[in-house]
Design a protein around this ligand. Sequence first.
Ligand SMILES: Cc1cc2nc3c(=O)[nH]c(=O)nc-3n(C[C@H](O)[C@H](O)[C@H](O)COP(=O)(O)O)c2cc1C
Length: 459
Amino acid sequence: MPKQIHLNAFDMNCVGHIQQGLWTHPRDQSARYTDIHYWTDYARRLEAGLFDGIFLADVLGVYDVLGGSADAAVRGAVQVPVGDPMLLVPAMAAVTQHLGFGVTANLTYETPYQFARRMTTLDHLTQGRIGWNIVTGYLDSAARAVGLSGQTAHDDRYDLADEYMSLVYQLWEGSWADDAVRRDSASGVYADPARVRLVHHHGKQYQVNAMHLGEPSPQRTPVLYQAGSSARGSRFAATHAECVFLNGQSLPGVQKIVEGIRAQAVQHGRAGSDIKVFLGATVITGRTETEAKEKFADYQRYASSEAALVHAAASMGIDFARYDLDEPIVTDKSNAIVSNVEAMTRSAGPQWTRRKLLEQMVLGSRQTPWVGSAESIADTLIAWSEQADVDGFNLSRTVVPECFDDFIAMVVPILQDRGAFKTAYAPGTLRRKLFGQDRLPASHAVAAHRFAADQGSPR
Ligand SMILES: Cc1cc2nc3c(=O)[nH]c(=O)nc-3n(C[C@H](O)[C@H](O)[C@H](O)COP(=O)(O)O)c2cc1C
């Protein structure tokens, strides 16, 4: 029996997400992102295809690294304009029963107390289908937007994130006991104050003396995603993440990273299988190889490598406009996404240049698509899941919604026939569907912050 593959649609509440320029394709509907029905139709479609979830990226700030200006980003809709991803969730949850939601939120600019309540609210409204992609940001433009001169240094952002996590764990799992809510209309007691505790947190960054505002939700802590694989990022993932989102084009390269992630989880007292790894992938498929290749050629006519360069410059923190086409890029000082710089160096060699980068951007992004018949795409997904030990894929949208319609109509049935993809949803919360239980296990860092059975009410 092959390993079960998990599938998320990977998107963002904006026009140009990963594959830049495709919004100009006549069949692409991404410019409808401001229409709530666009998202509710999208959610229904994914649930009909038994997708595990929709994973929504988010970025605060704008891509103004290339040439020191945001003009090209604005012109080409490169992740701007962009809407708040969390506000899409209740609408999509109302028209689905099983679809999970992985929502990106940058903790650097959210106070833990308010953020914790928002996630608890979403966990209730989705009946336990909410996940959080924990990010700390990579853009100086975001820092400037909130009155700072620039963002915190790369590793310091993770230190701040560690403290943030210990605080939100206390709010989610240490403030209200499981039995705090009585809802006893006969006695007029909604909740027992003796079973609700104040959180007292006095850390380097945060000071909180407060009870959590939300009552216990189905999962308490949302399913935790994380997407940084630098050395410091991997340590953070090993401590906190349940799902790790990776980019990578070479199977042996990804296999090595996955091995490293699982080994680090074990060093942190967890099992390697406590972490599910999702690989970012772009798929273009058809009934035959020829049909897929023709579709790829058609899409390519609308892709923009200029817009892709805007995105790449900001995510790697490197202004390529300062380099000649064939001048080797200096990569040692990134304060942005280190793993993106590392992935580029792995795929193009240590002396990579702007020309090599542009050559990789065959569809408006560095992520080279897998183009092939539905049979061959199914083979590829199964091969990566078995050989690189990834648990699932975050499928980037190309021309929406047809990219998901194609995948669901053609690839999903083959994966099902081969026993690699479910034929019905399992009941329950997102965490139960992925890991067989509603709450994080005792081996996770959250356990130290839970409301202990014998705990009183320090107020
Ligand atoms: C595949 C992938 C997806 C990411 N998605 C986002 C995102 O949506 N929003 C964001 O602010 N950061 C995003 N990041 C950045 C990382 O979450 C991370 O916070 C940071 O940039 C550091 O990563 P590093 O440890 O690899 O340097 C992403 C990174 C990767 C590798």
